[in-house]
Design a protein around this ligand. Structure first.
Ligand code: C5P
Length: 233
């Protein structure tokens, strides 16, 4: 994937997603289908994007017992997605089950396995949010800890805040992919995101892909907003 921008299609129905895809399709590396759109539209949305030969990132953040996650990942591979997410906080066995399901199902279909991305700590959370769920470890250490566990499970990529790229790049094998949401231009509203950087800063730190939602889909002119972002890279 040449273009590092992954546009999040966090919209409620097929028609809205389709008009965004028509508007910006040629100018992004992939489209991300999250919980809202997948729950509303289902696999049809993936088929539609794949027919345009654009990669699909299925962001359902699986977090369940290993057997359930294994079967969900297999189903996602059969839908022909190129990236998908699981929560690292589901633990070692769950992550191993996800990665092996991706590898085995893809091999049985004679295609490349999707990138199974371990979500470290959500970019909407800060230290006090971690504290409130009983995690007293410093946030950057918690990110490192779950990513090291993900590496042990064989994961080849992770989702993290752009603010955490530096320490991660020091320990990760160079081929490990880092995908960063929490991307905001100086004029964008933060909304619920807390650990953010600009697209240019995130790429300079070594992100492989940038997930961008509201700064594009909620802009008055999404294509113009995307072009402004691309011009900074
Ligand atoms: O609108 P915004 O740019 O904040 O969207 C960020 C996207 O990235 C959303 O679709 C969200 O679900 C996703 N995401 C995230 N934080 C993570 C993982 C995924 O914000 N840790």
């Amino acid at each position: 994937m040449q273009n590092p921008i992954i546009a999040a299609l966090d919209v409620p129905h097929f028609e809205k997603a389709n008009s965004l895809i028509n508007d910006i399709g040629g100018q992004v590396g992939a489209f991300k289908i999250g919980m809202e759109l997948f729950t509303a539209v289902g696999p049809r949305m993936i088929h539609d994007i794949r027919q345009r030969e654009t990669p699909v990132f299925l962001d359902l953040k699986f977090h369940d017992i290993p057997n359930t996650v294994r079967k969900a990942v297999s189903a996602a591979v059969r839908l022909d997605v190129q990236m998908l997410t699981i929560h690292t906080h589901g633990g070692l066995e769950m992550m191993k089950a996800a990665e092996s399901a991706a590898q085995e199902t893809a091999a049985s279909l004679d295609k490349a396995p999707p990138l199974v991305l371990g979500v470290s700590v959500l970019t909407s959370m800060d230290q006090s949010d971690l504290q409130s769920i009983g995690i007293t470890t410093a946030l950057p250490d918690q990110v490192l800890r779950v990513i090291e566990l993900g590496l042990q499970a064989g994961l080849r990529g992770f989702v993290c805040s752009p603010l955490e790229i530096d320490p991660l790049r020091r320990i990760l094998p160079p081929e490990t992919k880092l995908v960063t949401p929490g991307i905001r231009m100086a004029t964008d509203a933060l909304a619920d995101q807390k650990r953010i950087l600009s697209p240019q800063q995130a790429m300079a730190k070594g992100a492989d892909y940038l997930v961008i939602g509201r700064p594009i889909y909620a802009a008055p002119a999404p294509r113009e907003a995307l072009n402004q972002i691309l011009a900074t890279l």
